[in-house]
Design a protein around this ligand. Structure first.
Ligand code: NAD
Ligand code: GLY
Length: 361
């Protein structure tokens, strides 16, 4: 059990890591969280954990009502955000009441966004139940919804009032979802922690589960330090969290729906470390080491069959691109990266094609 304090100029908060859902009431102690809680969750998660959360909240004397989402990314849209704020209004929630999300990154991105706009901002508490949400999505205050033109195009920086992580909820998470989080944990290793990287390198995938609590805590610590220094992505530091995501994002949309986010990031880390090697930023060993760890955890690592030409279009029109130039995060060594490396989309794709040729025996 660990209480990790995220210290920000305004709205500092605690991430309770390793507590049981039935003790959630403890996090709501005091008057700050109002009298009503709207629990936003999805229809996979509610039957598993909804009652435990409702009971824990009710024990604090608060009224709790729930709203159910259909599972999956399709719910992360403006229309649903609108419905949620209407639910808040219908339930007569006031400015001091709390919107609590229980589930993965879809619930916390969407619920956090709704909490940020209802009455110009009500309390938002996140109870993440996927590995991806525990190590990444629920921490750091990025909230938002997708538009038909692209992911996360509308949103806000809105910090939760607290994050409450029960590792035991991962026990019911399907293996493919666990692997999405594993990809992000490998990313934390590459950008900031040899310890995480070596643990991922030396632990067989079948034995990784028992190390998850320690890996989650260290990943969250890395993200919190980055967010404390560059909460609103203004100094460039927060960009390090995007390692693997520029190529990964292009793979994800060029191949939609073949690869989920974590699988795309896994490929993205392989691709971007190859670019780093080819541009002289790191040794070949760094690229091959990352590829090996990704493959070891049964995440995709080969670009054979990847539609690089289609990726080019998405890279050029990425929201981070300017006149076809893209800012990449390049790896220098395990634990050290360089942000803001500008590469033309065409040149990046040319190198990825070279990597595909290199892969052939
Ligand atoms: P998700 O929320 O769709 O959850 C994945 C699936 O797991 C769903 O079907 C859900 O019902 C199920 N599930 C959740 N918890 C479960 C449990 N304990 N047991 C069984 N099933 C469970 O997806 P996700 O991968 O958690 O999040 C993806 C979203 O997060 C994307 O929209 C992405 O853009 C966003 N994201 C945001 C940030 C950020 O900083 N805000 C960072 C990374 C990702
Ligand atoms: N997931 C990237 C960030 O929070 O900045």
């Amino acid at each position: 059990m660990k209480n990790i304090r995220v210290r920000l100029e305004e709205n500092s908060y605690i991430i309770y890591a390793g507590y049981l859902l039935k003790k959630l009431g403890g996090a709501l102690e005091g008057k700050r969280y109002g009298k009503k809680v709207l629990l936003l969750t999805d229809s996979n998660v509610f039957p598993l954990y909804g009652r435990a959360v409702e009971k824990a909240v009710a024990e604090t004397g608060r009224e709790i009502v729930h709203a159910l989402l259909k599972p999956g990314e399709a719910e992360k849209n403006f229309k649903k955000a609108h419905e949620i704020v209407e639910w808040c209004a219908k339930n007569r929630m006031g400015r001091d009441d709390t919107l609590m999300t229980l589930g993965g990154g879809v619930a916390s991105d969407l619920g956090g966004f709704a909490a940020s706009i209802y009455m110009r901002g009500i309390n938002f508490a996140a109870v993440p139940t996927t590995l991806l949400a525990q190590v990444d999505a629920s921490v750091g205050g990025k909230t938002g919804v997708n538009l038909p033109f692209g992911k996360n195009l509308v949103g806000s920086f809105y910090q939760p009032s607290f994050v409450y992580i029960d590792f035991k909820t991962l026990g019911t998470l399907p293996e493919r979802e666990i692997k999405q989080g594993i990809a992000e944990i490998i990313k934390y290793g590459v950008i900031k922690s040899r310890n995480i990287f070596n643990m991922m390198k030396n632990t067989p995938p079948g034995r990784i589960k028992k190390h998850l609590p320690a890996l989650i805590e260290e990943s969250v610590m890395i993200k919190k330090v980055v967010v404390e220094k560059d909460e609103k992505e203004r100094t460039g530091l927060r960009e390090i969290l995007n390692f693997g995501h520029t190529v990964g994002h292009a793979v994800e949309i060029a191949h939609f729906p073949q690869f989920n986010h974590g699988e795309s990031v896994a490929l993205g880390m392989v691709g971007e470390s190859y670019l780093s090697w080819k541009l002289g930023m790191c040794k070949k060993d760094v690229y091959s080491g990352i590829k090996e760890v990704v493959g070891k955890h049964r995440l995709p690592f080969s670009f054979a069959g990847i539609k690089t030409d289609k990726m080019l279009d998405f890279m050029k029109y990425d929201k981070k691109a300017r006149q076809g130039n893209i800012r990449f995060v390049m790896v220098k060594n395990i634990g050290t990266v360089k942000t803001g490396v500008v590469i033309k989309a065409e040149d990046a794709v040319k190198l990825l094609k070279e990597m595909i040729r290199d892969e052939k025996p």
